[in-house]
Design a protein around this ligand. Structure first.
Ligand code: PGA
Length: 256
C-alpha cells in the first residue's frame, strides 16, 4: 500500500442487459449506493438510477462515436456523449469484449468512441483483454495482444486530445475470464496491470494511471485481486446484480 501505485480502489458495476424492470434496477442501485462505486445500468434506467444515487457515480455501457460535436443528428438508435453528460453520466465503458464480439466493434470504432466521449467530458473505462487461445501461449503473448489493442484504441489521442489519468481508466478483462467463473491468476493480473501502466506512460504520456481487473470477480476472490497495488479496482458483471454479494465486494474493497 505504500508503493507509488497505491490509490483508493474503485468498483465499477457493469449490469450489461440487466435487470428487466426499472423497479428492480432501483432496488439494486439503492442497496449499493456507496462512494467509490460506479454503477453502469442499461440506457432506459440511467435517468431514474441517477436520481436515486447520492454517493455512487453513474456510468453508461457504450456511446456513439461518430456523431457531430453538437451531440445530435440523424443517427437512429444511437446515444451521443453529450446526451449522457447532460443526464449526469460521468463514466462510459468502451470496447467491452461482448460488444467487440457480438456487435463487431473494431479498434477503429473504439478509438472514435474514446475521442468523442473524452471531448464531451466523460471519463472512459476502456476494456482490453485477450482470448483463451492467446493466453494459452503464455502471459508474454497476452501482453503483446493487449499492447496492440491499446496502441490501436488510443491511436491519435496524444495529438487530438489530452487524455489524462483522470479521464481514462483501462480495465483488463481477459475474455476467457468474463462470465465463466474462472478468474485470472491475481499475480499475473498484477503483472499485466503494471505492463498496461507502462504502455500508457511511455506511449501516451498518461502517468500513474488506474487499471482495473474484470472477469468473474466475486466476494471470495476480490481480496486476492485488490491486494496488489498495481490493480486499481474491479469491473464486476454478474456479481454486481446481486446486492448482498456486491455489498460484500464493496466492503472488502475498502480495506485496500
Ligand atoms: P463478470 O463480467 O464479472 O460477470 O465476469 C465482467 C464484465 O464483463 O465486465
Amino acid at each position: 500500500m505504500n508503493s507509488y501505485y497505491a490509490m483508493t480502489k474503485i468498483i465499477v458495476a457493469n449490469w450489461k442487459m440487466n435487470p428487466l424492470t426499472v423497479s428492480e434496477a432501483l432496488k439494486i442501485a439503492s442497496a449499493v449506493d456507496v462512494k467509490g462505486v460506479v454503477i453502469c445500468p442499461p440506457p432506459p434506467f440511467l435517468i431514474q438510477v441517477k436520481s436515486q444515487l447520492k454517493k455512487a457515480g453513474l456510468g453508461a455501457q457504450d456511446v456513439f462515436g461518430d456523431g457531430p460535436p453538437t451531440g445530435q443528428g440523424a443517427f437512429t438508435g444511437e446515444i451521443s456523449p453529450a446526451m449522457l453528460k447532460k443526464i449526469g453520466v460521468e463514466y462510459v465503458i468502451i470496447g467491452h469484449s461482448e460488444r467487440r464480439r457480438h456487435l463487431a466493434e473494431t479498434d477503429e470504432m473504439i478509438g472514435r468512441k474514446i475521442k468523442a466521449a473524452v471531448s464531451a467530458g466523460l471519463k472512459v473505462v476502456l476494456c482490453v483483454g485477450e482470448q483463451l487461445s492467446v493466453r494459452k501461449k503464455g502471459l508474454p503473448a497476452a501482453k503483446n495482444f493487449v499492447k496492440s489493442q491499446l496502441l490501436k484504441d488510443l491511436k491519435g489521442t496524444i495529438s487530438d486530445l489530452q487524455l489524462r489519468t483522470s479521464n481514462i481508466i483501462v480495465a483488463y478483462e481477459p475474455i476467457w475470464a468474463v462470465g465463466t467463473g474462472k478468474p485470472d491468476n491475481p499475480s499475473e493480473t498484477a503483472d499485466m496491470a503494471k505492463f498496461i501502466k507502462t504502455i500508457l506512460a511511455s506511449r501516451f504520456m498518461i502517468h500513474a494511471s488506474r487499471v482495473l481487473y474484470g472477469g468473474s470477480v466475486t466476494s471470495s476472490n476480490i481480496a486476492r485481486i485488490l491486494k496488489y497495488d498495481e490493480i486499481g479496482g474491479a469491473l464486476v458483471g454478474g456479481a454486481s446484480l446481486k446486492p448482498g454479494e456486491f455489498k460484500k465486494i464493496i466492503k472488502i474493497s475498502k480495506k485496500y
